[in-house]
Design a binder for this molecule. Sequence first.
Ligand code: 4NP
Length: 154
Amino acid sequence: MSDQTRLLFVCLGNICRSPMAEGIFLHLANEKGLSDRFIVDSAGTGAWHVGKRPDSRALATANRFGIELPSVARQVSPSDFEAFDLILAMDRSNRADLEDLGVTNVRLMRSFDATLTGEYDVPDPYYGDGDGFVKVYEMLTRACDGLIEHLTRD
Ligand code: 4NP
C-alpha cells in the first residue's frame, strides 16, 4: 500500500479556487520537505472550462506570491472518489454537488483553518475584481497550512 495521501481539490469551474488550492498546497508541502508524502490534483464539478489553464487573475495572483499553478481543468469523475483519500470542497455548494454524486470522503477546505469555527466557504472570485483573488489566496494559505498539519500529525 502507498504511504502517500491522495488529495483532490474541487470547485465549480476548476479555473480559480481549486487550482489555487492545489498550487498553494504543493508549494507549502515542498517548503516543508513533505512533497513526497502527497499526490495532489484538482477538478471542477462543472465541465465548462475543461482543458483550460487557470484564469489569468488566478495565475497572476499566484505568480505574485511565487506559486506555480500546474492545473489543466477537468471535471470530477466517479473514479476520483476511490482514487483519492480525501476530497476538499471549496464551498458548501461544491460539497452538496459531490455528496449528490455519492462522495462520502469530502470535507470543506476551510474546515482545516484552525483560526475558524463553523462552516465557511471559499468565495467564488470569478465574477468579482482582482482583489477577490488575493483574499482567496490568503484563505487558502491558512487552510492548506492546517490541512498539512492535520495530515502530518502523529
Ligand atoms: P472556480 O470559479 O469554481 O473557483 O473555478 C468559477 C469559474 C468559472 C465559473 C464559475 C466559477 N463559470 O461559471 O464559468
